[in-house]
Design a protein around this ligand. Structure first.
Ligand SMILES: [Zn+2]
Length: 324
């Protein structure tokens, strides 16, 4: 993610060895025994947003961080991806590994977006036509030659929280079936953000949505990024879709946490931009750009709080339940 006026300028060199992506299978089937981990349909919670646990989300964040730096194409990212897939499947989501090769300034790099879809009927394969909204995070971290960049907030926070969102949504299958969860690879620029460096996963995914005609089924999209800072101030980009912004702020107001949100004074370049511009799906970047450790070795777990993740998870669930 980067401001339009201000690109980070650290050069990356060739990425480390690339492992075959054996951990991910296309349209992996839900293991039968995992169906028992989700609650039966008759216990659908009325106030589903109260089910989100900031602490569970933070535990997921820690698990991602413990893989170490996770740049696109690295074996560490393959391990992080495998954990995302296993966690999704364990609470009833079907997963698709959307594989592609990204042309980068350092040559072609294999990348994989993970897409989660929820079946309306337990034990059945999820269809691809019930989804009305995308909720997304990037799970790669920016590669730095000179520092071990762990990306606790920038990469892991939104990824861990999205896995907790998956667990909670599974309590309400009808709602879950309307949500497409997407974990983007290659959000970070390999060298520095340009038209062709960065946002690889979201550009590929958005192009696929447009070319297959699936884009038309989506009402909107939410991108989470850097949502774990203890001092949480969500800086919604100035050029955000108005109706969606108002609806999210209404949910924040209802849950008495509107003070954690404000409108930023500039546009921000992040994974919502391809969704808006390529797929033409009105999409909002839920991001806290006021984070001093951004793209430094200090982006570590101690800067985050469960309470911040709780706010974003709860507001999003409230918004989903009220609008879908
Ligand atoms: Zn970043």
């Amino acid at each position: 993610m980067v401001l339009f006026r201000n690109s980070p300028g650290i050069l990356a060199i060739a990425l480390v060895a690339i492992l075959p992506l054996t951990a991910c299978k296309r349209e992996a089937k839900l293991p039968a025994e995992s169906a028992t981990t989700a609650a039966p349909a008759q216990t659908i919670p009325l106030d589903i947003w109260t089910e989100f646990s900031g602490q569970r989300a933070l535990d997921n964040v820690r698990a991602q961080v413990e893989f170490g730096p996770r740049p696109a194409g690295s074996p560490e990212l393959a391990r992080a991806r495998a954990q995302i897939v296993v966690t999704l499947q364990a609470c009833g989501w079907n997963t698709e590994a959307q594989e592609f090769t990204a042309p980068t300034p350092n040559g072609p790099i294999p990348m994989v977006n993970i897409i989660g879809r929820f079946p309306l009927e337990r034990g059945n394969k999820a269809g691809s036509s019930t989804q009305k909204i995308i909720v997304a995070s990037h799970y790669d971290t920016k590669f730095f030659r000179t520092i071990a960049f762990l990306g606790a907030n920038d990469g892991a926070s939104s990824t861990g929280a999205l896995l907790e969102l998956a667990r909670v949504l599974a309590l309400d299958p009808n709602l879950a079936a309307k949500v497409e969860l997407v974990f983007f690879d290659g959000e970070e620029a390999i060298q520095q953000f340009t038209e062709t460096d960065g946002l690889y996963g979201s550009r590929y995914y958005s192009t696929q949505l447009r070319e297959t005609g699936r884009a038309a089924q989506f009402k909107c999209g939410l991108v989470w990024d850097m949502i774990g800072d203890k001092d949480l101030t969500i800086t919604l980009p100035q050029d955000s879709p108005k109706e969606l912004t108002m609806a999210i702020l209404a949910s924040a107001e209802k849950l008495q946490c509107k003070k954690a949100f404000r409108i930023f004074d500039r546009p921000i370049l992040d994974d919502h931009v391809p969704l808006n511009q390529i797929a033409r799906i009105p999409s909002l970047d839920v991001i806290d750009f006021e984070y001093p450790p951004w793209h430094t070795a200090d982006d570590t777990l101690d800067k985050l709080s469960a309470a911040s993740l709780q706010i974003i998870g709860s507001v999003t669930l409230h918004y989903l339940k009220q609008n879908f």
